[in-house]
Structure formats: structure tokens, C-alpha cells
Design a protein around this ligand. Structure first.
Ligand code: DX5
Ligand code: ZN
Length: 233
């Protein structure tokens, strides 16, 4: 498996609004509207993670201002209870944490029954194999590259093996799976993750704290594309 080189996937950049100015969210999102592919929206309940962020009302307000695909990351204890509210507010992809629920298949089914793409997230201590039973029913696996809860943390580089293990399993089974990575990512380190098999790149601080957020998105995209070796093209 060490020799395994995943085929080059479509790279999608998903800036995280957690690092934006919450008093001017609409303006900040407008800065990346034409540079980004997705908009990453972090939902925290102060219970699954030790921080609070935002709820469906904010998603609904942003929905009126942005045509981006809304990539909603639920870091909450009861995603099944709140799935409808986030879908009604405009989520296009709804991702919940495997660690938060007893029956992931039921939550996936609930999300898919509303015509929305389901994603399943794993925190740094959860092994790749934990998501294998669900790979054929989700669109995306989110491999956290920091402990969930806060923006601005440092990337845990050891997560590359987990990314490669999920990509290998998906390719072996012929699945068209997106692998998202989230936490501590910027143009300088994204190549480590894309060459391991990640293709949906979340970036908070490195985009919204940059002087020119659209340019920061482009730099991350270029660094991702440059990470592939010729045999992967
Ligand atoms: C962390 C969140 C991330 C966070 C990433 O729990 O899930 O999406 O916003 O922020 P940066 O890119 O600053 O690490
Ligand atoms: Zn996130």
C-alpha cells in the first residue's frame, strides 16, 4: 500500500467561514464567491466540541447571498435531530461525526432522503477502518487534520496515512468518493494531503485572514494541483 498512488481527483476548495468576520459574513463570503468551489460552514454545539459557533439561521441568511455549494460540517451531539433544519436552511452537503452517533447508517439515510449529499467525519483518534462500512452510502469522508472545535490550529501531519487508507479502500471498491480534509491547511502543506488522496480542501485562517482571500484560494488550488506526480495525471 505504500506504493499506492491515487488517481488524480478533482480538487475542490472549501473556505471555512469560522475564520471570517462574523459581523460582515456576507461581505467576506463575497470575496471568495468566484474563487472557491464550496463554502464550509462549521456548526458547534458546545457539547460534542467545547465551542459554540452558529445555527441554521445563519446558514439561511448566507443562502440568500451566495451561490456556492454549502458544505455544512456538524460538530454536534445529535445531528439527526437538526438535519432537517440545516437542510431547510440551504445545506447542499451535510456532514456529521461518526463519533457522535450510535447508528451512522440511519443518519446517512435521513440526510439522503432529503436529496442532500451525506458526509461522515472522523476525528484524529478515530481509525480509517471505522468509516469503511459506510463508504458506499456517503458522498464524502471528512478526515479531520486537527481536533475539531477551533480554527487556527496546527495540522497533524500523521493524518496522511489515514487519508491514503480511505482512498485506497474507495478505489479498490470502485467508489467515487470525495475525501475532505479540515484543519490547519494552507498552500504550504496542502500537497501532503492531496498527494495522499484528499480532494476537498477546507481552509479557514489561511483564506480569511489573508489580505486577498480569493488569491489565497488560488494559491491553495495551485499547490494542490502541483502535488501530483506525472503517473497520476
Ligand atoms: C475546526 C473546524 C475547521 C476550522 C478550520 O473544528 O472544523 O473547519 O474552521 O480552520 P483553520 O483552517 O483555521 O484550521
Ligand atoms: Zn470544519
Amino acid at each position: 500500500m505504500n506504493e499506492f498512488k491515487p488517481k488524480r481527483p478533482m480538487i475542490l476548495i472549501s473556505p471555512s467561514i469560522l475564520a471570517a468576520d462574523f459581523s460582515a459574513l456576507g461581505e467576506d463570503v463575497a470575496k471568495i464567491e468566484y474563487a472557491a468551489d464550496y463554502l464550509h460552514i462549521d456548526v458547534m454545539d458546545g457539547h460534542f466540541v467545547p465551542n459554540l459557533s452558529l445555527g441554521p439561521q445563519v446558514v439561511g441568511s448566507l443562502r440568500k447571498r451566495s451561490g456556492l455549494i454549502f458544505d455544512v460540517h456538524l460538530m454536534i451531539t445529535d445531528p439527526e435531530k437538526y438535519a432537517d433544519a440545516f437542510i431547510d436552511a440551504g445545506a447542499d452537503i451535510l456532514t456529521f461525526h461518526l463519533e457522535a452517533v450510535d447508528d451512522p447508517a440511519r443518519v446517512i439515510e435521513k440526510i439522503r432522503s432529503r436529496g442532500v449529499k451525506a458526509g461522515i467525519a472522523i476525528s484524529p483518534d478515530t481509525p480509517a477502518e471505522a468509516v469503511f462500512p459506510f463508504l458506499s452510502s456517503v458522498k464524502m469522508v471528512l478526515v479531520m487534520t486537527v481536533y475539531p472545535g477551533f480554527g487556527g490550529q496546527k495540522l497533524i501531519e500523521g493524518m496522511t496515512e489515514k487519508i491514503a487508507a480511505v482512498r485506497y479502500e474507495a478505489e479498490t471498491r470502485g467508489l467515487d468518493l470525495d475525501i475532505e480534509v479540515d484543519g490547519g491547511i494552507g498552500a504550504k502543506n496542502v500537497g501532503l494531503l492531496t498527494s495522499a488522496g484528499a480532494n476537498v480542501i477546507v481552509a479557514g485562517s489561511s483564506v480569511f485572514k489573508a489580505e486577498d482571500p480569493a488569491e489565497a484560494v488560488e494559491e491553495i488550488r495551485e499547490a494542490s494541483e502541483a502535488s501530483f506526480s506525472p503517473e497520476q495525471l
